[in-house]
Design a protein around this ligand. Structure first.
Ligand SMILES: Nc1ncnc2c1ncn2[C@@H]1O[C@H](COP(=O)(O)OP(=O)(O)OP(=O)(O)O)[C@@H](O)[C@H]1O
Ligand SMILES: [Mg+2]
Length: 345
C-alpha cells in the first residue's frame, strides 16, 4: 500500500501524480500541445525547456492537491525510458534530487509499463497474466504481460503507430492536431461503411499473413488517394471519411487482439495509450471480447494519454516487489519493454 510520487516528462506532457494503492490522490498534467502544434510535431529542445519551466509548479500542485506531507510518501518515481533524452532528464533529475533530499527510494519507470498499468487505475483487483493492446502516438503493440517486469511482445506495427495514423489522417483532412480526439468526435456524424479501406495485412514469406502485426501506412495512403479523388469530384464528405478510417483501425486492432488472446489462452485483455480513448475501438473490442467470453479493461479516459498516475501505478508494482533503481541510472531514448528490469539494481 505504498504512496508513490511519480513524474512523467518523456515527451510533451509535464505530469506529476501521487498514487496510493491504485488510487489517484492527485494528478497534474501540463500539456505542451499548443507550443508544438505550430510545427506539426514535437520539437525536442523546446519540450525540454518547457518541462523545466513547468515541473516545479506541477510538483507543488500535485502535493498540495493530495494534501500530503513528505513523510507520507514512500518512494519517488520518474519515467527514465524510452523518450526524448532531454525531456526525460528533467523528470529524472527532479525525482533523484527529491529522493536524495527526502531520503526516499528512487524508481526509474519504463514509459510503456506506465501505459500497461493505467488499466489498474480502474481495476483494483486486476493481476497478470493478461494481454495488453498498447496503442499510442508511438506504439501499436500486443504484449503478453506474464508478470510485473516480464513481458513478451507478440505483435507490433511495421510502420506507423495507431495514434500516428490518426494524427496523419487528421492532418491530410485539415482537421488539426492531435488528430485522434478530433476524428473520434467527427466520426460520430459520419457513415463508417461509406468507404471500403485496406486493413494493411502483413504477408509472410511462407505464405499467409502475420496474425498479430499491423501496418497503417497503406491505410493512410488509401485515405490520401480517396480524398484526392473525392476533391476532384466536388466536396469531401469529411465525416464519412473519418468514420470509415476509424472503423477500419478499430476493426484491425480488434481482430488481431482477439485472435492473439485466443491463441495464447489469455482470458483478460487490457488496453493502454492514447488510442485506448477511442470510442469505436472501445465498442468493437468490448463486443468482440464479450462474444468470446473474454474480459476487456480500459483505463479511465483521462489516463489513456500521457500522465504520471500510470507511472506511479507501474512504480508501485515494482516497489511492492522490492525493486529500486540506482541514483546513477541513466535515461535511455530507446529500450525494448522486455529489458525493463535493467532499470532496477
Ligand atoms: N479518442 C481518440 N481516438 C484516437 N486516438 C486518440 C484519441 N485520443 C488520443 N488519441 C491519440 O493518442 C496519441 C497520444 O497518445 P499517447 O499520449 O499515449 O502517445 P505518446 O505518449 O505520444 O506515445 P508513446 O506512449 O508511444 O511514446 C495521439 O496520436 C492522439 O491522436
Ligand atoms: Mg505515451
Amino acid at each position: 500500500m505504498a504512496t508513490i510520487l511519480a513524474i512523467e516528462t518523456s515527451c510533451d506532457e509535464t505530469a506529476v501524480a501521487l498514487v496510493k494503492n491504485r488510487q489517484v490522490l492527485s494528478s497534474i498534467v501540463s500539456s505542451q500541445i499548443d507550443l508544438h502544434s505550430i510545427y506539426g510535431g514535437v520539437v525536442p529542445e523546446l519540450a525540454s525547456r518547457q518541462h523545466l519551466e513547468s515541473i516545479n509548479f506541477c510538483l507543488a500542485e500535485a502535493i498540495a492537491k493530495a494534501n500530503l506531507a513528505w513523510q507520507d510518501i514512500d518512494a519517488i518515481a520518474s519515467t527514465c525510458a524510452p523518450g526524448l533524452v532531454g525531456a526525460l532528464l528533467v523528470g529524472s533529475t527532479t525525482a533523484k534530487t527529491l529522493s536524495l533530499v527526502h531520503d526516499k527510494p528512487f524508481l526509474g519507470v519504463h514509459h510503456l509499463e506506465g501505459h500497461i498499468y493505467a488499466s489498474y487505475l480502474s481495476e483494483p483487483d486486476l493481476q497478470p497474466p493478461f494481454l495488453t493492446l498498447l496503442v499510442s502516438g508511438g506504439h501499436t503493440s500486443i504484449i503478453h504481460v506474464k508478470d510485473c517486469g516480464e513481458y513478451e511482445m507478440l505483435g507490433t506495427t511495421r510502420d506507423d503507430a495507431a495514434g500516428e495514423a490518426f494524427d496523419k489522417v487528421a492532418r491530410l483532412l485539415k482537421l488539426g492536431y492531435p488528430g485522434g480526439p478530433i476524428i473520434d468526435k467527427l466520426a460520430k456524424e459520419g457513415n463508417p461503411k461509406a468507404f471500403q479501406l485496406p486493413e494493411g495485412r502483413i504477408s509472410l514469406p511462407e505464405g499467409g499473413y502475420h496474425p498479430y502485426d499491423t501496418s497503417f501506412s497503406g491505410l493512410k495512403t488509401a485515405v490520401l488517394r480517396l480524398t484526392q479523388q473525392l476533391e476532384s469530384q466536388g466536396d469531401i464528405p469529411v465525416a464519412d471519411v473519418a468514420a470509415s478510417f476509424q472503423n477500419t483501425v478499430a476493426k484491425v486492432l480488434t481482430k488481431r487482439t482477439i485472435k492473439c488472446a485466443l491463441d495464447y489462452g489469455l482470458t483478460t485483455i487490457t488496453v493502454g495509450g492514447g488510442v485506448a480513448a477511442n470510442s469505436e475501438l472501445r465498442s468493437q473490442l468490448t463486443a468482440a471480447a464479450t462474444a468470446q467470453n473474454l474480459q476487456v479493461h480500459f483505463p479511465p479516459l483521462k489516463f489513456c494519454t500521457d500522465n504520471a498516475a500510470m507511472i506511479g501505478c507501474a512504480a508501485s508494482e515494482h516497489y511492492d516487489l522490492g525493486h529500486v533503481s540506482d541514483l546513477m541510472l541513466k535515461v535511455r531514448s530507446r529500450m525494448p519493454i522486455k529489458d525493463v528490469m535493467e532499470l532496477y539494481s
